[in-house]
Design a protein. Structure first.
Length: 256
């Protein structure tokens, strides 16, 4: 009998300890907990509803979570955060369907995220489809799509950026070679951007790191993070581009 009681006590202690550990770990690992901490209740509920919908249709959700967290860190208004996350989710769904139709296979999460960023910057669905059809079977489109966005950041229109990347792919350039392309642009195309180095690898990484400082204030506008012209908070809320008056510059303005 004493042995049974001892085993029961041991099991109870083990369960209580495990529950305590799990409780302590949840806030660090659960995106809903992080979002609820930094956003008003109604805003976090709306953002989490968008994320839940993305998950229900088998879309990657980390970039959406990190997007909301980074906008919150910038002091962006709650309704603008919700709209930005919802718009990005719609772009991801569109890109996923476009890539799957063009290649006949389910795209990876990285490809969907990269494609959504390219579309946000002005690439249209037909261009995404054309790229998918031109790339050898089995090669990831994530880096090529991010590089197209980086080239557009540095002044190239979407069709020219697409043509440059397709030419490199036909020449069997590696992802590392592609990542060098933005810094190799002619001076006139790169002049307004200070000849800054390519940040494709960083953009890929930032979609996986919530609130990463490296993506929160950069001129390139990393994947899933605030666009380049969302100002620092400075104690005042900001509104991401595309939600107010849109500039009329060329190439087309980035969507938030």
């Amino acid at each position: 009998m004493r042995q049974f009681n001892a085993l029961t006590t041991f099991a109870t202690v083990a369960l209580v300890s495990a529950a305590a550990v799990a409780h302590g770990q949840t806030p660090a690992n659960d995106p809903s907990a992080r979002l609820k901490e930094v956003l008003p209740a109604d805003v976090s509920a709306s953002v989490l509803a968008v994320i839940a919908n993305a998950k229900s249709v088998d879309l990657p959700t980390e970039a959406l979570e990190n997007r909301a967290l980074k906008f919150a860190a910038k002091g962006v208004k709650g309704d603008s955060i919700v709209k930005s996350v919802a718009d990005q989710e719609q772009r991801m769904e569109h890109v996923r369907d476009t890539l799957q139709h063009a290649r006949g296979s389910k795209p990876s999460g990285d490809e969907v995220e990269a494609g959504a960023e390219a579309v946000r910057k002005g690439v249209d669905g037909a261009q995404v489809s054309a790229l998918a059809k031109s790339v050898p079977s089995g090669r990831s489109l994530a880096v090529p799509l991010y590089v197209i966005g980086s080239l557009m950041d540095r002044g190239l229109p979407s069709d020219a950026a697409l043509a440059r990347v397709e030419a490199k792919l036909k020449a069997r350039a590696s992802d590392q070679d592609l990542e060098k392309m933005p810094s190799e642009l002619p001076a006139q195309a790169n002049a307004s951007h200070g000849n800054e180095p390519a940040e494709t690898g960083r953009a890929l990484a930032d979609t996986k790191r919530p609130g990463a400082a490296s993506g929160a204030g950069q001129s390139g506008g990393s994947a899933g993070g605030p666009p380049a012209n969302v100002p620092a908070n400075g104690g005042k809320p900001a509104t991401p581009p595309g939600l107010g008056n849109k500039p009329t510059t060329t190439p087309p303005p980035k969507k938030p």
